[in-house]
Design a protein around this ligand. Structure first.
Ligand code: GLA
Ligand code: ZN
Length: 683
């Protein structure tokens, strides 16, 4: 896949997993503890099967207590201690949280909000991404670490910053934004065209007049905002890249990464992926919400997509409770294990946590950790130890791929543009739509690759774009080709509306695809409270709420039609079957989940895509194939069972559960949140 073409092949995750198998570990923050505790830590890590620790993420003030005065002895001891115990070190640059001296001496290193408020230290992440002093000092500390530890045999991965997401509106950032705009648009005339500045008298005649979208009286130019989001993501990426380059000079061949956050709004990870040697993701499912496992599964499929199908790594997850929700329900021991296995099933070659030992000071004192405040003699820590042992038994999945013939198209620019204020309705939201179209795929055990709209889609029989509002001209041919070569393309509501500058495409919509779906629209229709009545053999008769579109059939078919009211007779679901077997589908409504599921199932049938593991008998049991291993994960808190003959290949085949290292056959019970990792043994 294009997104990861730049991954340095020599610096892959396999450089670690070839040595130790699946990675298991945590952020380790020894600067918060006395050295006696460090020794206890490494002994406990060994006992738990922990083989990777991320060190130093927030240690800038300890490493450089005064400008240019580095104190690294403690880190020498920490890295050596881990290495002596066979624990690989993922060494962080501490640049996410500058020490107070930086912002005091150079106030311009502190970020400014859109309202003009300059942020203070006292929390974290208060830096301005464009500040020359921040960048210089961040590079200095990164260079000192890289020079000192680049050749250390124990340092096997590098971790730049933490969860990049800062957006700043200061003067430095305004300058950097202008430079970025010159690069994108070339001339001021072109910028005026792209931003449509004839509207509301916004025409620029000097570059210095161009600003980030700071606080303003009313709605701000949508293309200005869109370009600013693109810029802000690229600017953070530039920070990552300059530190990565310094590390690479000193540590050639050692993978460099930073921790991503799934569908993280400020950062277009498709643009980041080529610059990451390892895709590492932070995942915080909500244990109190049984439905959240589907969102988490989708996030894992995104991580795998960002890695171009190659193994990725869970960098951070909670072992129990987080401390940032209003009411922090902890994971049970079974959920801790199940969440970790879900990631492995979906392509992760490692499962790491935030954090190793629970802090007794600071803002995250009440966040769970692998070693709780009460110590290792706890149910949670016993679960950690048990899980380490079973991960070691999953060596057969290391490096294995998750097969998929279905692609889900996700685009950050489209997401940003679709939800810009001033649209028809705020009830149609991109992530809920993605999830609605993904959920039936998840429920059917269908392998799904999450891809960008410019991906090579030729490997997919079904391509689903739940809400592709903005479509770049350059991506139109690739999407059209799905149908032209005989595949199925399913487009959700409010798709194909604008071009890459967020200018509305004129003519009947979805403008670049209307001929493919056999019908077209002329009006987006947010609905009054009663909604509209719909008749459909496919969906069943029912009501549609919140969103419909005034569509008509051209040379395709209507699979759902409005009954009554102003939209009476308008189709809401369109399909056109093409010679050559291709099908174009368009849904012009916010359908209830059942309706979406019916459409998705029909598209799966049309594309001839079935679950990679046969019939999925029980909706509570998530079934995922990775390489030769079939994972069965009980996503519910009720006991379930798996009939091996219906789940997997050959009836009566001898199966082995890798997690327990035992033979299993027939009907295998699955306790609440229980799991199996099945591999077929040759007789
Ligand atoms: C993220 C951050 C960590 C910590 C956890 C808490 O993963 O990277 O530093 O704040 O969240 O959940
Ligand atoms: Zn700034």
């Amino acid at each position: 896949m294009t997104a990861s073409a730049g991954l340095a092949s020599h610096a892959r995750l396999s450089r670690l997993t070839d040595d130790v198998g699946l990675l298991y570990g945590a952020d380790w923050n020894p600067e918060q503890w006395h050295p006696d505790v460090w020794r206890e830590d490494v002994a406990l890590m060994r006992a738990a099967g922990v083989n990777l620790v991320t060190v130093g993420v927030f240690s800038w003030a300890t490493l450089e207590p005064r400008p240019g005065r580095y104190e690294l002895d403690w880190l020498d001891r920490v890295v050596d201690l881990a290495a002596d115990h066979g624990i690989l070190v993922d060494l962080a640059t501490p640049t996410a949280s500058p020490p107070p001296w930086l912002g005091t001496r150079w106030p311009g290193t502190r970020a400014v909000t859109a309202d003009g408020v300059r942020l203070s230290h006292g929390s974290r992440n208060h830096f301005c991404p464009s500040s020359p002093h921040y960048r210089e000092r961040a590079l200095s500390v990164a260079r000192v670490l890289a020079a000192r530890y680049g050749a250390h045999p124990g340092v096997r991965m590098w971790h730049v910053g933490n969860e990049y997401g800062q957006v700043c509106f200061c003067e430095h950032c305004a300058d950097a934004f202008r430079a970025w705009l010159r690069e994108r648009h070339g001339t001021l005339d072109e910028l005026n065209r792209a931003w449509g500045t004839t509207f509301w008298s916004q025409r620029y005649d000097e570059w210095t007049q161009v600003l980030p979208p700071r606080a303003a009286p009313y709605l701000i130019n949508p293309t200005q905002r869109l370009d600013h989001r693109r810029f802000a993501s690229d600017q953070l990426l530039a920070l990552y890249r300059e530190q990565r380059d310094v590390i690479r000079e000193h540590a050639p061949g050692v993978p460099v990464t930073t921790n991503l956050m799934g569908f993280h709004h400020p950062t277009d990870y498709w643009r980041w992926a080529p610059h990451l040697d390892v895709v590492a993701d932070d995942v915080y499912g909500d244990p109190a919400d049984p439905a959240d496992v589907v969102r988490v599964a989708l996030q894992h499929d995104l991580a795998r997509g960002l890695a171009g199908g190659r193994p990725w790594l869970v960098m951070e997850q909670a072992a129990g409770a987080v401390s940032w929700r209003p009411h922090n329900v902890p994971k049970t021991a079974a959920q801790l294990r199940l969440d970790s296995l879900r990631a492995v099933a979906r392509g992760a070659d490692g499962s790491c946590f935030f954090q190793w030992r629970a802090s007794v000071v600071g803002a995250e004192r009440f966040h769970s950790a692998l070693v709780p405040h009460a110590g290792p003699d706890t149910a949670l820590h016993r679960a950690v130890v048990a899980h380490g042992a079973e991960l070691a038994r999953l060596r057969p999945v290391v490096g294995a791929r998750v097969p998929a013939r279905t692609a889900l198209v996700v685009d950050w620019a489209s997401w940003w543009a679709a939800e810009e204020p001033g649209g028809p309705s705020d009830r149609l939201r991109v992530l809920p739509q993605l999830l609605a179209y993904y959920r039936p795929l998840w429920a059917a055990g269908i392998g799904v690759d999450v891809v960008p709209p410019g991906a090579d889609l030729d490997a997919y029989d079904l391509v689903v774009a739940p809400q592709l509002f903005l479509v770049d001209d350059a991506h139109v041919p690739g999407l059209r080709r799905v149908v032209e070569r005989g595949g199925v393309l399913l487009l959700g509501p409010f798709s194909g509306v604008t071009d890459q500058d967020a200018h509305v495409r004129t003519g009947r919509f979805p403008a670049p695809f209307a001929d493919l779906v056999g019908g077209s629209g002329e009006e987006h229709v947010p609905l009054a409270a009663a909604g509209v009545r719909v008749r459909s053999a496919l969906l069943g008769d029912g009501q549609v709420h919140d969103w419909a579109e005034r569509l008509r059939v051209d040379d395709g078919e209507a699979l759902a039609t409005v009954d009554g009211g102003d939209l009476d007779g308008c189709p809401l679901v369109l399909r056109r079957r093409h010679t050559g077997g291709g099908e174009g589908w368009y849904v012009g409504a916010l359908l209830a989940q059942d309706g979406v599921a019916a459409v998705v199932r029909a598209c799966l049938d049309a594309a001839g895509v079935a679950g990679p593991v046969g019939v999925r008998a029980d909706p509570d049991v998530e079934v995922v194939r990775r390489g030769d291993v079939v994972f069965c994960l009980n996503a519910s808190d009720r006991p379930r069972a798996v009939e091996l003959d219906t789940v997997c290949g050959t009836p009566g085949a001898p199966w082995h559960d890798l997690l327990t290292d035992t033979a299993v056959a027939g009907r295998v019970p699955l306790p609440p949140h229980g799991a199996l990792a099945l591999i077929e043994r040759t007789r």
